[in-house]
Design a protein around this ligand. Structure first.
Ligand SMILES: [Zn+2]
Length: 500
């Protein structure tokens, strides 16, 4: 089969030049200069094209123009007219509201295109016989061609880059023949793939089904031809755009927070429909960071590497957190903007954030996994009923790690199942409070997930051993601070320094 013969046959079937190249299996940039590619593939240019264009440009016969212009296999998807319509519709959408540098097109194509692809496949088999494979499509499939042809053109015209994680432009297409052809397809499907009598499962007609089952090796041309023409019929109308829907990318904004208040919950604290605390870390951060990226603050997800109790502060370098912001209008955050957000959060007086930055989505694994392996650093203010003795101080200098068994504390049983968990305590280091001889300041390094309050007082033997059982005396915890989290992420950025 010569390329020249193939192209001449395709031309006679009303196949457009772009689709002719698809049947010549052209790749990437080869679609850019059609004539050059055709010549390279030993195909003579079609002199009639010029005549057709004369008809088009004198504007006398618009109906004829449509008839000549609409390709029987792509239904006009790759025509200049459609490209322009698509481009104008994107520009007329909310596109300008999104400040994204990268885009991706998600095009939902009418099923008619797949039916036409199969009709041409059969037609080529009849015309060229064994040189047409019955398992591999003779063309570059439309879906792939959209990526090769439409994507680069639209990206160039909109001056955006291509990225699968960019602003998603969902494009819905239809064709006037689609309903009618799907009806026929339902009948064809019953005949080509009869349901087994025992369980009459209805087979849903879908694009996936067409892709998988509708090949010459699985459907007979004779069966197909009862419902559809081979080669496919000429069409008068072009494919139509039904809707354009924009979906901004998922943006992740990370940083570290310090919790400065002993009266602030991590997330909104609601019990029996009543708010117990006016504000939360999550809400304060989202309130100041979210609006830059989205109008829908309620869709933002706040995550952190662990959490503190309401009355526990988190000091030191702070705790890593990340906001997941779906359908974001913006993808960038300048140092200026980040610094302004950091200062706004600091002004709450309850939380302070720094190192605020946009991070790649893949980095979220740092916060989501390995939680159990992480070390946590605490400082606890503890009280005895008697002055601290030298012996007690010695008992609370522990540099070798040891294990404890910890039952789920009673205070969290309403939200956590009852289990006994082993936890590792890496070190304990106590000193006497300067102003109170009955008070101890104890630095504790533990495995993440250890309940510190219970580690101190033992909770009636539910945590063993406990610091209280180690010294053999009752001990209370009066205040607790988290002073370090063993996660070196996100990387440090000083947003107050504007030079970059
Ligand atoms: Zn075409």
């Amino acid at each position: 089969m010569k390329n020249q013969d193939l192209v001449e046959y395709l031309r006679s079937c009303g196949v457009c030049e772009i689709c002719q190249l698809r049947y010549l299996k052209a790749r990437g940039a080869e679609y850019r200069n059609i004539n050059e590619t055709l010549q390279k593939l030993d195909v003579k240019l079609n002199e009639n094209v010029e005549n057709e264009e004369l008809v088009i440009s004198d504007g006398i016969q618009p109906s004829k123009r449509a008839r000549l212009g609409v390709c029987s296999t792509c239904l006009g998807l790759f025509s200049k007219d459609f490209q322009n319509e698509l481009l104008n519709s994107i520009l007329a959408s909310d596109f300008a509201k999104y400040d994204c540098q990268k885009i991706v097109l998600a095009i939902c194509l009418p099923m008619s295109l797949q039916l036409r692809q199969l009709a041409m496949w059969f037609a080529l088999q009849r015309k060229f016989g064994a040189s047409i494979d019955e398992n591999n499509p003779p063309d570059v499939p439309i879906k792939e061609a959209v990526k090769l042809i439409l994507h680069p053109i639209i990206c160039e015209k909109l001056a955006k880059g291509y990225d699968a994680n960019g602003l998603m432009i969902n494009i819905d297409l239809t064709h006037s023949l689609e309903d009618e052809e799907v009806q026929k397809l339902v009948k064809l499907n019953k005949e080509a793939f009869p349901a087994k009598a025992s369980h009459q499962k209805r087979i849903e007609i879908s694009r996936g089904l067409l892709e998988k089952q509708y090949q010459p090796s699985k459907v007979k041309a004779e069966t197909y031809e009862k419902y559809f023409q081979i080669p496919c019929s000429n069409v008068e109308e072009s494919i139509k755009l039904t809707s354009i829907d924009l979906q901004g990318p998922l943006i992740c904004v990370a940083g570290r927070y310090r919790k400065l208040s002993r009266e602030l919950s991590h997330t909104p604290w609601i019990l029996n429909g009543q708010r117990l605390m006016e504000d939360s870390i999550e809400e304060i951060i989202i309130r100041h960071v979210g609006p830059h990226f989205t109008e829908k603050l309620g869709k933002i997800t706040f995550m952190s590497s662990g959490r503190e109790d309401v009355d526990v502060r988190c000091l030191g370098k702070g705790r890593p957190f990340v906001l997941e912001i779906p359908n974001a209008r913006r993808t960038c955050l300048t140092k200026d903007e980040a610094f302004a957000m950091e200062r706004a959060v600091d002004a709450s007086g309850m939380v302070s954030i720094h190192h605020l930055q946009v991070v790649p989505r893949e980095e979220l694994t740092h916060i989501k996994t390995g939680e159990e392996q992480k070390k946590k650093f605490y400082r606890a203010l503890c009280a005895l009923h008697e002055p601290v003795s030298v012996k007690i101080l010695e008992q609370l200098q522990i540099s070798a790690s040891f294990n404890i068994q910890q039952k789920t504390p009673i205070r969290v049983l309403h939200r956590r199942p009852l289990h006994t968990r082993p936890r590792t305590i890496y070190s304990v280091n106590a000193r006497v409070h300067r102003e109170n001889p009955k008070a101890l300041i104890i630095d504790i390094v533990t495995q993440a997930g250890t309940y510190i309050k219970e580690l101190v007082h033992g909770e009636f033997g539910r945590t063993t051993p406990s610091l209280s059982s180690i010294i053999g005396k009752p001990m209370d915890i009066q205040a607790l601070d988290v002073v370090g989290i063993d996660l070196d992420w996100p990387h440090e950025v000083d947003n107050s320094k504007q030079k970059e």
